[in-house]
Design a protein around this ligand. Structure first.
Ligand code: AMP
Ligand code: MG
Length: 485
């Protein structure tokens, strides 16, 4: 028997916020992966999930008596244009659970149409399910705030995309699936009362401390600004490109959500784009911080009428001041993260320039982002230098870095820092692609499982796993990723 201790709060907000929706049954589900450790962390170890019934549950075929699943309403700016009605078109929120004093949302992705599906089928192909499983679970290992993958199943059915593809369903877990777009849904309808209701709900659930602030709505905005600045800095320090930073894909709690065409960079470039639909490079690697601010500005517009100050000019000035914190916060978090990669516990004057100079040399030579920092952390000078062509410039940089490092009080600590913040392994695009190909073309999930296994310990060099560390050969390079819609 599946026994999930659902403890739902979002549905208490009322009908305007969601539509009751059940998953659509699928023909013949089979388990790809069940995340036992996560289930334990969520207190779901005795929920009966690791069983055939569990597979039926993760496929949406088995509906526990106490389940009140919903599709959430939201809007969003997609590539700069506002769409007032999006919503969970291929996701269904099964409900909320409590674990360790924290509330979590449990969601199926790809479980059939909802009232928000528009012309979509509500389904997901296997590829995006495997991609999200691999990337989100690795992000969690890196300590990046992210939704988690609890289970992945096949459906035994096919989905129509450009071609017929095997279907899959991902069960994912978030601190919350509320997005900036959720606020925009009500704001776009001129329903300020509902924006307020949602804001109070989010404050109670995630930011209770802001209730003490002089103006809780301003304080809420300020907290979200802080979390987004930290999140994006973290992405940047790992070479992660989200790929579709539409406001409906920006979590109100600062988690990485909606893994679509996202990817980790191989060779370093600020203008790197993988998403097949991002023709203008709006969401290129280097664009992520300014787009983060753009998205937060949309949230500020929603919250503005709820500020204590009812004088519009004053309220706008307060919002601008709050938004202006973003750049400084982003730079602070970025500098901390990048300094750690270089073994520097606390940043000093000149560190920013030191980092930027290295990035410049890396970009010039299209150096592999992950490998570069990994070799540096290993003090593997030969391999590190071999990545670059301008050996004179590099030698100069190395001297400057070593000189700076010698000012660190504890060289062992510096080495430990570098080992902690420079992963050996990332879910490289070509490896992810190989895992998807084997699964889709040959029903072989071993490639996926082996990759997932390596990525469980991304900071540890693993014997016999050298090919996971290496960048793609020219013929293996993946130039484009797809959101799988
Ligand atoms: P995304 O850009 O993937 O975050 O999706 C944007 C919007 O399109 C969301 O409202 C999704 O629910 C919806 N959507 C994407 N794919 C599908 C699909 N296959 N069926 C129904 N809705 C979809
Ligand atoms: Mg989305």
């Amino acid at each position: 028997m599946i026994t999930i201790p659902f403890n739902n709060s979002y549905i208490k907000l009322g009908d305007a916020f969601f539509t009751n929706t059940l998953p659509t049954k699928v023909a013949k589900p089979e388990c790809i992966q069940f995340n036992r450790l996560l289930a334990e962390d969520l207190g779901l170890d005795n929920a009966g999930l690791d069983s055939l019934e569990g597979v039926e549950f993760f496929a949406g075929n088995l509906i526990p008596d106490n389940m009140e699943s919903i599709a959430m309403a939201y809007a969003g700016h997609q590539f700069g244009g506002f769409n007032p009605s999006l919503g969970d078109g291929r996701a269904i929120l099964l409900g909320e659970i409590m674990a360790g004093g924290q509330r979590y949302d449990l969601q199926l992705k790809g479980s059939g149409p909802t009232p928000y599906s528009r012309s979509g089928d509500g389904r997901s192909a296997l590829g995006p399910v495997l991609r999200e499983y691999l990337l989100s679970e690795t992000m969690a290992k890196y300590g990046v705030p992210t939704t988690r993958a609890l289970a992945a199943v096949t459906t035994g059915e096919q989905v129509h995309r450009m071609q017929l593809l095997s279907g899959g369903i991902l069960t994912r877990v978030a601190m919350s699936f509320v997005r900036i777009g959720t606020f925009q849904y009500f704001s776009g309808r001129g329903d300020t009362a509902s924006v307020g209701k949602l804001a109070h709900y989010i404050i109670d659930r995630h930011y209770p401390k802001v209730k003490l602030a002089t103006d809780p709505m301003v304080a809420l905005l300020s907290e979200v600004v802080d979390r987004q600045a930290r999140l994006i800095a973290h992405w940047m320090s790992l070479g992660f490109i989200h790929g579709v930073m539409n406001t409906d894909n920006v979590s109100i709690v600062g988690e990485t959500i909606d893994y679509g065409p996202c990817a980790f960079m191989d060779s370093f470039s600020h203008s790197q784009v993988y998403s097949s639909i991002d023709h203008q490079g709006r969401y290129a690697y280097g664009q992520q911080p300014p787009i983060g601010l753009w998205n937060l500005t949309r949230l500020a517009e929603c919250l503005l009428p709820l500020f204590k100050s009812k004088d519009t000019d004053t309220a706008v000035a307060i919002a601008q001041e709050t938004l202006m914190q973003f750049q400084a916060l982003y730079e602070k978090y970025w500098l901390i993260a990048m300094c750690q990669k270089l073994g520097l516990a606390h940043s000093k004057e000149g560190d920013k320039e030191l980092i930027e100079r290295l990035l410049q040399l890396m970009e010039q030579d299209e150096v592999d982002f992950t490998l570069c920092f990994y070799y540096l952390s290993q003090e593997n000078k030969d391999d590190f230098q071999a990545l670059f062509t301008d050996s004179l410039a590099l030698e100069k940089w190395l001297q400057q870095w070593q000189q700076r490092l010698s000012h660190e009080a504890n060289s062992q600590k510096a080495r430990a820092l570098m080992a902690k913040f420079n992963p050996v392994y990332i879910p490289r695009n070509h490896q992810v692609e190989a895992a998807i190909r084997a699964a889709e073309d040959h029903n072989d999930f071993s490639v996926f499982q082996q990759l997932l296994d390596v990525l469980q310990n991304p900071y540890t060099l693993q014997e016999g796993k050298d090919h996971y560390l290496q960048p793609p050969k020219p013929e293996e390079i993946v130039h484009q990723t797809f959101c799988g819609t």
